[in-house]
Design a protein around this ligand. Structure first.
Ligand code: ATP
Ligand code: MG
Length: 567
């Protein structure tokens, strides 16, 4: 960290509101001056860009103040959880650039302690077994303005409660037949205090503990205590947990004292336009084959964005820009895409690829001559150097870059008009060849040898510059042109519409036989970023292989959506 930044940090300047609260606690010497956060994903799906916001906060704040951040798998519901998700979560956090060292924990590690605490609370008359169904319990909950009704089982004896709870865990009762509830206050203003459920019966094997348990703790009974058992000092989460906080504190108080007590702090979750962020909905997209798996490049998952070619830095920069507040908002996808373009502009190698090729023959260029022209790898980076590209008599240009009867402001190629071939020569169109249906098959040009890039003649003014690839050297590839998954700004808000109807039908276009300059094919390693000049940013797909090159378009050079909206 720069000296100025360290100084500012010491004085608590330039902090967001969560950092400010943490800073104040550290200054006050709370918890012995320790800072320990945690990121607590439930392994029931892949992480998405919303989780990235939480990760940047949880790990970022620990980094900033010299604390630690635990990775805790919140694995309290065996029905939906899977090791596949555990592995993907680890990979995604590492990819974002964060590390939890040896502090990888599981809520299931605390099942024995949680069970003991539940038994203790039963003995102290603070918990009871309720034999009602979840529907009956819900019906007695009351409303925020009306008190709830007490369960007929609320005043069971301690002995009976102990016996029943033990037998629930032994597997003697069916799922849904009984629960353990905290005995708090059925008339509380806070609905979460109306005798919340602590444990339910689940008879599905757990991915870590197998069939050892038949009762599993609810989120509210597990989270705060897990924080406590781990030594977490600041439990940072999203705003929907604000009403849970008193209950968090209620349960934690069963364990904590003045020397150490975890504290919950909430910030606004990330919502993004043109996508959805609920794991349930993402799972639905996968299950109904509306996308090709969790890492489909159109998904808002971290693995999808990685496969698409988004960079960790662009995601982290985006999170810095939108910041952390106490108010829910819907952030623009364009802002994330802007951060992606900004980073890719700085790091990607400029290359030439023709997506919709038509052949150009340069009739006055010798038939078997090949020249090598030098191309700048990245004008933004003086260290990036150059690479060589072959030029010859037959090349490919984009079909759209030629018009036989151009309108007035068309500055690309047309009969009798001149354009510059980037890095090479100025050429003039002398004619075309068409097939029987009138489609252009070849474009004929002559070149001016004095205009080679670098020679004084190249200074001559022409309006258009085209990208091109030498036909005899071109390598074929497939391009997958990705776009936004939904064409509705806020799909989550459209509760009465089916997913299918809101999907953008043009979210994926596959283009075969695009033409690459050889350099691209030689460097098509996973994780490489290219700017196909005038087209967009591309990265090799994970399935790409020599002989079957497949490129994902990360993003077009310009934001066509914003333009669309401002029309
Ligand atoms: P579920 O839909 O299963 O409740 P979840 O999105 O809350 O899923 P978790 O695995 O429980 O998923 O989330 C782990 C952490 O990520 C939590 O602390 C949660 O607050 C945070 N998180 C989840 N979604 C977002 C979001 N959109 N923005 C910011 N943080 C988020
Ligand atoms: Mg959750």
């Amino acid at each position: 960290m720069a000296e100025k930044e360290t100084e500012e940090l010491n004085e608590g300047k330039g902090l967001n509101f969560v950092e400010q609260l943490v800073y104040d606690d550290l200054k006050a010497g709370k918890n012995g001056g320790r800072l320990n956060t945690r990121f607590p994903p439930e392994p029931n799906g892949y992480l998405h860009i919303g989780h990235a916001k939480a990760i940047c906060m949880d790990f970022g704040i620990a980094e900033k103040f010299g604390g630690t951040c635990n990775l805790r798998f919140d694995d309290t519901n065996p029905v939906k959880e899977d090791v596949e998700y555990v592995d993907s979560i680890r990979e995604d956090i590492h990819w974002l650039g964060f590390d939890w060292g040896d502090r990888e924990y599981y809520a299931s590690d605390y099942f024995p302690q949680l069970y003991d605490l539940a038994v203790r609370m039963i003995k102290e008359g603070k918990a009871y077994v309720d034999d009602q169904t979840s529907e009956q319990i819900a019906a007695q909950k009351g409303t925020p303005t009306e008190p709830g009704q007490e369960s007929p089982y609320r005043n069971r004896s301690v002995e009976e409660n102990l016996d029943l709870f033990e037998r629930m865990n032994k597997g003697e009762f069916d799922e849904g037949s009984r629960v353990l509830r905290a005995k708090i206050d059925m008339a509380s203003d806070n609905m979460h205090f109306r005798d919340p459920i602590m444990y339910r019966i689940i008879k599905h094997p757990h991915h870590r503990t197998g069939t050892k348990w038949n009762v599993y703790p609810m989120y509210d009974f597990a989270h705060g205590q897990s924080d406590y058992f781990e030594g977490v000092t600041h439990s940072i989460c999203t705003l929907e947990f604000v009403p849970h906080r008193p209950l968090y504190e209620y349960f934690v108080k069963e364990l904590a004292d003045e020397s150490y007590c975890p504290r919950q702090i909430e910030f606004n979750r990330l919502n993004l336009t043109y996508t959805v962020m609920s794991k349930r909905k993402l799972l639905q997209l996968v299950k109904e084959n509306l996308v090709n798996g969790w890492d489909d490049p159109r998904m808002p998952t971290i693995s999808g964005m990685r496969r698409r070619g988004f960079t960790p830095r662009s995601i982290r920069n985006f999170m810095d820009r939108i910041g952390y507040t106490k108010y829910e908002a819907l952030n623009s996808m364009s802002l994330l895409e802007h951060a992606v373009r900004e980073d890719l502009n700085a790091i990607s190698t400029r290359v030439m690829a023709v997506i919709n090729p038509v052949k150009m023959v340069i009739t006055n260029y010798p038939e078997d001559k090949v020249e090598s022209v030098s191309m700048e790898n990245n004008p933004e980076d003086p260290e990036a150097g150059t690479h060589e590209m072959p030029f010859s008599r037959e090349i490919y240009i984009e079909r759209d870059d030629f018009m036989e009867n151009p309108p007035k402001k068309f500055f690309r190629l047309a009969p009798d008009k001149e354009v510059r071939l980037k890095g090479a020569y100025i050429v003039k169109c002398t004619g075309v060849k068409k097939d029987a249906d009138g489609n252009i098959e070849e474009i004929y040009c002559t070149y001016d040898p004095d205009t080679r890039s670098g020679l004084p003649g190249s200074m001559r003014k022409v309006k258009g510059t085209l990208h091109w690839v030498s036909a005899g050297h071109a390598v074929n590839a497939t391009a997958r042109l990705y776009d936004r998954l939904f064409n509705v700004e806020n799909p989550a808000a459209e509760t009465d519409r089916y997913f299918r109807d809101m999907l953008n039908p043009d979210s994926l276009k596959v283009v075969e036989n695009i033409k690459l300059e050889p350099y691209i094919a030689e460097h098509a390693e996973p994780g490489e970023h290219f700017q196909f000049q005038r087209i967009g940013y591309f990265t090799p797909d994970k399935s790409s292989a020599p002989g079957n090159l497949i490129f994902n378009r990360t993003i077009a050079l310009k934001d066509s959506w914003e333009k669309e909206k401002n029309k």
